[in-house]
Design a binder for this molecule. Structure first.
Ligand code: HEC
Ligand code: HEC
Length: 270
């Protein structure tokens, strides 16, 4: 119940009505931003120097193990096509550069918005003729971390127009919606209380640019979807299933909200 007390204190200090009314719900214009660029802060800037150092050095970043495993999988043949990712895409350092910075993205073939995990699984099934990797499997996290690492330092910029627009609007609405026994929305923590302490953690602006990443609490690397589910669980809300439209649409909204932040994947977080 310590958590409950902390959350209630948080709600009590949340500047509510005025700010809630001013939250923009109108249609998105390309130049509109959720957070002004000069106020945009990566989650890593809220961490202690020790964690930042761990993330910044490949030799001490535990997620490097997943990246290296991903590099091995990149060159491993699989499926009825008996081809590896490398057989078609060659060196990931060239072919995958910038790819993570523009995902999630609308895919015309499946007519769905796919996050990077979904995009990789699509190649796995359609091009390799192999079974999709399970969500949160070591293989999928490793390949995603390997692909995402090729975009390190590149600014996030996703497309929210055309067929992606409806998904973006859904994601934005989900971000504002109160959920769970705590009756809190994402924005109550990540817009109104960024910088505040919540138990052992400092609440950040809630950006996706470090994922997949290693979380000390998990003792493992994990996906953005797993991190989002942890937030649902924190407010005692029903967890959306992996790869559900809710999680994908939210991811698209988050990527737009973080536009301009450099990719840090694989990050390190508490
Ligand atoms: C038989 C060839 C082939 C294989 C094998 C293959 N891919 Fe692809 N992949 C493609 C083609 C062609 C595209 C782009 C066309 C499209 O959009 O479908 C693509 C697109 C992608 C993209 C999106 C790139 C972008 O610019 O948005 C990613 C990520 C990707 N592949 C990852 C992988 C991974 C990881 C593997 C191994 C598990 C893999 N692919 C295996 C042919 C392949
Ligand atoms: C009760 C407060 C609270 C609510 C509500 C909440 N979160 Fe979080 N969230 C946290 C805390 C605490 C962390 C871990 C510290 C940090 O990075 O902010 C976190 C982490 C995150 C991160 C990872 C940030 C990073 O840099 O690694 C994302 C993304 C995120 N939340 C998105 C969401 C979304 C989307 C929602 C709504 C579905 C949500 N959160 C609801 C408290 C909250």
């Amino acid at each position: 119940m310590r958590i409950l007390a902390a959350l209630l204190a948080l709600v009590a200090c949340a500047p509510s009505v005025a700010q809630e009314r001013s939250a923009p719900m109108e249609r998105s214009l390309p130049q509109e931003r959720s957070l002004p660029l000069e106020r945009l802060r990566s989650g890593s800037t809220y961490m202690g120097a020790d964690l930042r150092a761990m993330q910044g050095d490949d030799f001490s970043n535990p997620a490097t193990l997943w990246v290296e495993k991903g590099a091995r999988l990149w060159g491993t043949r699989a499926g009825t096509a008996d081809r590896s990712c490398a057989d078609c895409h060659r060196d990931a350092r060239d072919s995958m550069r910038g790819v993570a910075a523009r995902h999630p993205a609308y895919d015309r073939v499946t007519r769905r918005v796919l996050d990077l995990e979904g995009r990789i699984n699509q190649c796995r099934v359609e091009r390799q003729g192999a079974a999709a990797f399970a969500f949160e499997s070591e293989e999928l996290i490793s390949l995603t971390a390997h692909v995402a690492a090729q975009s390190r330092g590149m600014p996030l910029r996703v497309a929210i127009d055309g067929p992606a627009a409806a998904h973006f609007e859904r994601g934005r609405a989900l971000y504002q919606r109160r959920i769970g026994q705590m009756n809190l929305a994402c924005k109550h923590c990540h817009d109104d209380n960024a910088g505040a302490r919540l138990l052992a953690e400092t609440i950040s602006q809630g950006h996706p640019n470090a994922w997949p990443g290693y979380r000390l609490e998990w003792q493992s690397a994990g996906s953005l979807q797993r991190r989002l589910r942890a937030c649902y669980s924190g407010v005692r809300a029903e967890l959306p299933p992996y790869n559900s439209t809710d999680l994908i649409d939210l991811s698209l909204y988050l990527a737009w909200r973080a536009e301009g932040l450099p990719i840090e994947s694989p990050g390190v977080r508490r």
